[in-house]
Design a binder for this molecule. Structure first.
Ligand code: G6P
Ligand code: MG
Length: 219
């Protein structure tokens, strides 16, 4: 039997939470008199909460105390969670459930591999918590993407060798992490942005079951 490990990023792959991160970071940036654009938000995809705030402060030329830093992080997360609280399964991106169910029926290993410390909360809100055999998130890793730690831990949790794993990612840092982990990288988004990925699909509606079957049977 062919058993592969399918590892899914969360934000931007399973749900579109980038818009909520943007609103929360924008509000926070405004409160400290920093301009924060949607283009800058793009650069925060896949980047941890700490690193994201560091970047925003760097772009705004601000330096703050450690205490203030921790306070701002908590404020941002509370604001972000107020959006997450309103989420339900309608926010699952198109055809994600079809892909997950296909892989579950095919007895494949399925793990989450996310930088978010809110991943478990979000999966529960959209009712997908039980679709994952393993969950590795921002609470479980020391080094963020593009470091491969999160995906290597996911492979280990599935008990599947990294070369037999396939990663779905919407961020450049995530694709780099998957490549560094020696896994097949599948970009979900724009081809010219995710040009380091082994394959790129605009979204899951373009990814057919026959392609998943090929991934399962290959190697
Ligand atoms: C994902 C998102 C990032 C976010 C990070 C941490 O990778 O793409 O934009 O900063 O998770 O999320 P958290 O929920 O822990 O603040
Ligand atoms: Mg993402």
């Amino acid at each position: 039997m062919n058993k592969k490990g399918f590892i899914f990023d969360l934000d931007g792959v399973i749900v579109d939470t980038a818009k909520y991160h943007f609103l929360a970071w924008q509000k926070l940036a405004k409160s400290i008199d920093v301009d924060f654009t949607e283009a800058e938000n793009e650069q925060l995809k896949g980047v941890s909460r700490v690193k994201s705030l560091e970047k925003i402060l760097e772009w705004g030329n601000k330096s703050i105390s450690e205490d203030e830093f921790m306070k701002l992080m908590a404020l941002k997360n509370n604001d972000y969670l107020s959006y997450i609280n309103e989420m339900d399964e309608n926010e699952i991106l198109p055809d994600v459930s079809r892909v997950l169910n296909f892989l579950i029926d095919a007895n494949q290993g399925i793990s989450l591999g996310s930088a978010s410390k809110n991943a478990r909360t979000i999966l529960k809100k959209v009712n997908l918590y039980n679709s994952f055999e393993a969950i590795v998130d921002g609470n479980d890793v020391i080094k963020g993407k593009p470091n491969p730690e999160v995906f290597l831990k996911a492979a280990k949790a599935l008990n599947i060798s990294p070369v037999d794993c396939i990663v779905f990612e919407d961020s450049v840092a995530g694709i780099q992490a998957a490549n560094a982990a020696n896994m097949i990288s599948i970009g979900v988004g724009e081809k010219d942005v995710l040009n380091q990925a082994d394959y790129v699909f605009k979204d899951f509606t373009e990814l057919e079951n026959s392609f998943l079957n090929k991934l399962i049977k290959n190697k």
